[in-house]
Design a protein around this ligand. Structure first.
Ligand code: SF4
Ligand code: SF4
Length: 211
């Protein structure tokens, strides 16, 4: 389980200002354990966004997004026809899982943080480094902290070769994946945004676990 909390509303609003029609998808997987949970929060988010002129095409709560993103997406196909992007109220893993299976832009509505209890039990996902300030909005739904071997936030290191990471030829270069994804979404311009350095004191544990 990854603990997450909703981002400040104005930050979320900033993500959506260029989108014509937005669908809200809430993961119910960790709802009981997270502050940004439940139907009331989805209703509240919808109301607030509509109040600021965002066209919300629909909303739903489904789970578990981190493991069932593909089937959830196929269930929602009809609802998403007239939608330009999806606002995802879930942990970083849930957002990334959805981004992997959709061609639509996904916006993260939450920040993920370490859950010490789960970590101590060895039960945590390593595609989200639980940095507490999610940047998936700017990287096409692919986490640069875990997809890139060096956790680089502002582009590749220069060691990429044929799409592979210089650390290991077995691994795709995370920044190549991000670039390809942003190109596909026609959002390459977003990569010009400078991402501030992380407060690494908030983060816990390894970024990648190899067993
Ligand atoms: S940027 Fe990466 S590590 Fe930080 S919350 Fe998002 S997915 Fe997790
Ligand atoms: S080659 Fe790519 S994934 Fe590897 S460290 Fe450099 S930027 Fe990161």
């Amino acid at each position: 389980m990854i603990v997450f909390e909703q981002k400040p509303f104005e930050e979320i609003l900033g993500y959506l200002v260029h989108d014509e029609k937005v669908f809200i998808l809430r993961c119910k997987g960790c709802a009981k354990a997270n502050q940004a949970g439940g139907e009331a929060d989805v209703t509240e988010m919808k109301k607030k966004l509509e109040g600021r002129g965002i066209d919300i095409t629909g909303s739903t709560i489904r789970g578990l997004l981190c493991v069932k993103a593909k089937s959830i997406l196929s269930e929602l196909n009809k609802d998403l026809v007239n939608t330009s992007s999806i606002l995802v109220m879930a942990c970083g893993l849930g957002v990334q899982s959805l981004a992997e299976v959709t061609d639509k832009v996904v916006h993260p509505a939450c920040n993920s943080m370490p859950d010490r209890e789960s970590m101590e039990r060895g039960k945590r996902e390593h595609r989200c480094g639980t940095c507490g300030d999610c940047v998936l909005e700017f990287t096409g739904g692919i986490c640069p902290l875990t997809a890139c071997s060096k956790g680089l936030l502002n582009g590749p290191c220069g060691g990429t070769s044929n799409g592979k990471c210089e650390v290991s030829k077995e691994m795709d270069c995370g920044w190549m994946l991000i670039y390809d994804r942003m190109k596909k979404l026609d959002r390459l311009g977003v990569l010009k945004s400078f991402l501030e350095s992380k407060d690494y004191r908030k983060m816990q544990g390894p970024r990648r676990l190899i067993t």
